[in-house]
Every structure is written in structure tokens, then in C-alpha cells.
Design a protein around this ligand. Structure first.
Ligand SMILES: Cc1ncc(C[n+]2csc(CCOP(=O)(O)OP(=O)(O)O)c2C)c(N)n1
Length: 552
């Protein structure tokens, strides 16, 4: 006889069997059977985020660092709505995430009678911010829908999946299914278009100066990428693809995709293979960056073909599978120009040097941080001037899961992402970078950081407002700093009030002292950089660089 349990118990048991070891959420009347079961069973660590946006960002970062599934649990209505901005980010980044949300009782669904937490057409809202969204109508269909939802989230191109589970279904009684039925379904395989790949290999065989452009879709392809780098290929990555090849490898151009020296190098290349990348506008001068003439593309999603740049040949396939096969097909047939390696290294050095010259008073700070950064640290960044200029590319990442950044450009996600990353990172330190403005979107999550004792050194670049907005206003709006000068919290007093160790630095001696005091302790700490005292960057960052089509 199987045991009689609730829908909530089955959800908890299913998540355990799916290998989930951490979930993030806010408890509510419309998800308590699930969270109560998770906690009672004691297998999954549940983090009480202070908002659903934060919970979803945490689950997203957890998934990015582990390479597995992230799980966020929210309530229905406003709570599910609060998760939507973070869902947009997870969709942009292609994160496999399961968003479980409550729903009101089945008999009241879609009646618009203002039942508590009722949201008009919640499923349509969730559909528009997810890869797929499901509603569970009955306890009988609960397990099948869960199994399908996880498989869809993990099938390339991966993405966040929402599942609404009405509260009466969560609390309904059912038999505990046997273990094998609780296991998630395997993700669907992407069929490799082998004929196109063979044709691609034939075309590449004669290339003397070939480059790979890697995006986040190629995160699992480190092994064949290393093999191609060994053959003599150069490698450049988007921000999402950082570290697939260690960025201190001589074949790596880092993520200096649009630096003038790298663009000049593109013009000398006779092939570029783009793998698992959207070629985002931010990284291609809004698609007017001059890439090599012979472009080829590999992607799990065949509709990506020609979407951003026209390509000569497109191969549908999973990045790792396709690149492994390509390495086999190429064998030792290529004779790559021996000077290419030197040219790649020169372009990289020139890009680094050009960036260094924009740092002004922050140059020493960046170098001190780089020298201190513990091996294997996970580098998490919010959208802030310091990240857009140097955080996104100056300090090398050595693994494809060593960095987390809001790909969609939404501020305020860095702090909750740092918490999710810390839970995923085990013994590795998380170092996070955020602005004072962005942090004010997710202030409640400071308290979560302390409660969870997450091993995060959070560096706050405090310029008393929205620095990048002021720079744009200087550039385009006559220097009128409307709505950009903020009343900024006293971060030191706030940190003290919640038991968060902290220090402020306004010059290099105090920065070194703060790093020494905070950097080597385990657990959370806040290092505030007083940017008014340090002074401005040598070059003002006023938004992602673009190039007008007419001048291309
Ligand atoms: C969710 C969201 N709201 C608004 C914006 C517009 N925005 C972009 S950067 C920025 C200012 C960020 O300020 P801060 O975190 O202090 O970093 P700084 O620009 O000062 O380096 C704003 C408001 C955005 N990108 N995302």
C-alpha cells in the first residue's frame, strides 16, 4: 500500500529526486503545503527571500553556477507578478529555472470575483516572461506536468518555466507515486544536423585565421573549445560566454568583442564560427560591429539563423555535441597561420591597455582586487558603471560558471544573485559588485544575505545616485540630473543595524585595509567604495556603445 500524502509532499519529493538541493521563495497562504512539505522532509535548503524578485534572481544565479535547475516558489497574484522582472532576466540568459507559483482554488479560477490573491489571467502574464507556463488543474495531472516542466526548462535552448498549482491541488490527498515515476523526464535531445556540420568542416579546413565567438549557449562546451584553441583558433566571447576558455589562455580575446583592436583583428580573419550566442546589440555596437566576412553559426535553435548577422552556413545542434564533432571532423587537417596566435595576443593586450587608460583613480583599486581575488571565486555583477567598463572584462574568469551578470541590463539583481551564487559555490568565495542605486531595489535581500550567512564580499560603488544616468544626461540632456541624484542610505550604519561586517574606503590605503579586514573572513561582508572621494573615471561611461548603421 502506498502512503497517502498531499500534493505538496509529492512536489517536494519530486524536487528531491530531480536533484534539487536549494529553493528560494516567500511563504504565503497560497504555497504553504509545498514549503511546509519541503521543510518537513529536510532535504532541500529553503531560503526565505524578502521578495519574489530576489527569490527568482537567487534561483537563477544558483542554476548558473551549478549548471543544474534553479527553483523559485512564489504565491499567486502580486507575488507571481513580483517574480516577473527576474523571469525576464532568466529568459534572456537562458537559465533552466522552475518557477512554482500558487494559484487560487480550482472552483474559483478565472471567475474574477476578487478572491484573495486572484490575478486576472495570471497564466498569460507568466507565459509572456517564460519559455513555457503550465497550469495544473487536478491532483491527477500534477506529477506529469511537473516532469514535463523540468524537462522543458533543461532542454536547449534552456529557459525558465512557470507552473501554477492551485492551493486545493497542493493540499489534496493522493498516493505517493513510486520513486521511478517521481524522476524528471530527460531533456529532449537536440538533433545535430550532421550533414551541415560536415559541410562546415569542409569549408573551415582551409581557414588560416579562424575565430570562435562563444555565447552562453556554449557554456558546456569547454572541452572542444580548448581543443580548437590548441589547434590555433582564437576565441572571443560574449559576457554570457565568459570563461568557457580560461580568459588567461593565450588564444583568448576575453569578452572584448567590440574593442577597436579586436575589430581590426576581425578584418584579418577568414572565418568566424558563432556558437550559442544571440550576438546581443550591447556587444556588437547594435549589430554594426564589423565581423569577419565569412560567418558561420551553430545553435540549438534553428530560428536563430540570420537573426542578427547573415551567415554563410548554419548548423542546428547542441553546442558541446556539435563542437566535439567538429573537432573530430577537422582532425589535424588545418594549417593555421602561426602568426595568428601572436596577433590575437596583441589585440587582447591593446584592448586591455585601452580599457586601463579609462580607469583613472580606479586603476590601482582594480589591480588590488584582481591580485586579491581568491582562486575559483565567483564574480557576480549588477548593472553599474564599474561593471560596464571593467567588471565585465578586465579581471579574467577561468571557468564558464565563474561569473554571473544580469544579461538583460536590469539593475538591482546583483545582490540576490550573489546570495544564490554563494549557495551554489560551496567553498568558493563570491565577490559581488553593485552600485548604490541598483542596491536600493533589493534592500530587503541584505537581510537575507546575513540570515543565510552567505559567503559574499559585496563591493558597493557608491556615487550617491545613478551615475550612468547622470553621464547620459551630461551627454544628451544638457547636464540636467533629474531623478538621478538619490538620497543614499548610510551603508555603514545600515550594515551595523543588521549585523553585517562592513568598511568604507575613500582611497587606496583604506581600500587595502578594508580588503584585508573583510576579504578573508568567511560569511557576508560589505565593502563600500566612496566614489566621490576617489573621483571620476578618466572616461565617462554613458551607456553601451552603439554605431549608427549609416556610418557602418
Ligand atoms: C530595473 C531597471 N530599472 C531602471 C534601469 C535604468 N538604469 C540603468 S543604470 C541605472 C542607474 C544605476 O545606478 P547605480 O546602481 O548606482 O550604478 P551607477 O550607474 O551609479 O554606476 C538605472 C536607473 C534599469 N537598467 N533597470
Amino acid at each position: 500500500m502506498s502512503e497517502r500524502v498531499t500534493g505538496g509532499d509529492v512536489i517536494a519529493a519530486f524536487l528531491e529526486d530531480a536533484g534539487v538541493r536549494a529553493a528560494f521563495g516567500v511563504i504565503s497562504i497560497h504555497n504553504m503545503p509545498i514549503l511546509d512539505a519541503i521543510m518537513r522532509r529536510g532535504v532541500i535548503r529553503c531560503v526565505p527571500a524578502r521578495g519574489e524578485a530576489g527569490a527568482t534572481n537567487m534561483a537563477d544565479a544558483f542554476a548558473r553556477v551549478t549548471g543544474g535547475l534553479g527553483v523559485a516558489v512564489t504565491s499567486t497574484g502580486t507575488a507571481a507578478g513580483n517574480a516577473c522582472g527576474a523571469m525576464v532576466e532568466a529568459l534572456t540568459a537562458g537559465t533552466p529555472l522552475l518557477h512554482i507559483t500558487g494559484q487560487i482554488d480550482v472552483p474559483y479560477l478565472d471567475r474574477e470575483r476578487s478572491y484573495i490573491h486572484e490575478a486576472k489571467d495570471q497564466l498569460a502574464m507568466l507565459r509572456s516572461v517564460s519559455k513555457r507556463a503550465y497550469r495544473v488543474w487536478s491532483v491527477e495531472t500534477l506529477l506529469g506536468t511537473l516532469r514535463e516542466a523540468v524537462a522543458v526548462a533543461l532542454t536547449p535552448p534552456m529557459g525558465p518555466v512557470s507552473i501554477e498549482i492551485p492551493i486545493d491541488v497542493q493540499g489534496a490527498s493522493m498516493d505517493m507515486p513510486p520513486f521511478d515515476e517521481l524522476l524528471p523526464l530527460p531533456p529532449a535531445e537536440v538533433t545535430l544536423d550532421i550533414r551541415s556540420l560536415e559541410a562546415l568542416a569542409r569549408e573551415l579546413r582551409g581557414a588560416k585565421r579562424p575565430l570562435l565567438w562563444l555565447g552562453g549557449g556554449a557554456r558546456a562546451a569547454s572541452v572542444p573549445v580548448r581543443a580548437l584553441a590548441k589547434l590555433g583558433w582564437g576565441v572571443v566571447t560574449s559576457a554570457a560566454g565568459r570563461g568557457i576558455l580560461p580568459e588567461d589562455d593565450p588564444a583568448s580575446l576575453g569578452s572584448y568583442t567590440a574593442s577597436p583592436s579586436v575589430e581590426a583583428l576581425y578584418r584579418t580573419c577568414d572565418a568566424m564560427v558563432i556558437v550559442g550566442s544571440r550576438l546581443r546589440g550591447n556587444e556588437t555596437l547594435r549589430w554594426n560591429l564589423r565581423l569577419p566576412e565569412k560567418l558561420y553559426q551553430i545553435d540549438a535553435d534553428p530560428t536563430m539563423r540570420d537573426r542578427s548577422y547573415p551567415v554563410r552556413r548554419f548548423v542546428t545542434g547542441d553546442a558541446a555535441t556539435a563542437l566535439n564533432e567538429l573537432v573530430e571532423l577537422l582532425g589535424s587537417d588545418m594549417t593555421i597561420d602561426p602568426a595568428f596566435r601572436t596577433d590575437v595576443a596583441t589585440a587582447r593586450t591593446q584592448a586591455n591597455d585601452a580599457l586601463r587608460r579609462t580607469l583613472g583613480p580606479y586603476e590601482d583599486l582594480v589591480h588590488a582586487l584582481g591580485a586579491w581575488m581568491p582562486p575559483g571565486a565567483v564574480w557576480v555583477r549588477d548593472v553599474t558603471v564599474s561593471n560596464s567598463s571593467w567588471g565585465n572584462r578586465y579581471l579574467p574568469l577561468r571557468g564558464s560558471r565563474d561569473g554571473v551578470h544580469a544579461m538583460g541590463g536590469g539593475i538591482g539583481q546583483g545582490l540576490p544573485m550573489a546570495i544564490g551564487a554563494a549557495l551554489a559555490a560551496g567553498d568558493r568565495k563570491v565577490v559581488a559588485l553593485a552600485g548604490d542605486g541598483g542596491l536600493q531595489l533589493s534592500f530587503g535581500e541584505f537581510v537575507t544575505l546575513v540570515q543565510e550567512n552567505a559567503d559574499v564580499l559585496l563591493i558597493v560603488m557608491n556615487d550617491g545616485g545613478y551615475g550612468v544616468i547622470r553621464n547620459i544626461q551630461d551627454d544628451k540632456f544638457g547636464g540636467r540630473h533629474y531623478l538621478a541624484n538619490l538620497h543614499t542610505p548610510d551603508f555603514q550604519a545600515f550594515a551595523a543595524s543588521i549585523g553585517l561586517p562592513s568598511a568604507r574606503a575613500g582611497d587606496m590605503p583604506s581600500f587595502h585595509a578594508a580588503l584585508a579586514a573583510l576579504g578573508n573572513r568567511k560569511g557576508p561582508a560589505l565593502l563600500e567604495v566612496d566614489m566621490i572621494a576617489f573621483g571620476p573615471y578618466a572616461a565617462a561611461f554613458a551607456g553601451p556603445p552603439v554605431r549608427e548603421a549609416a556610418s557602418a
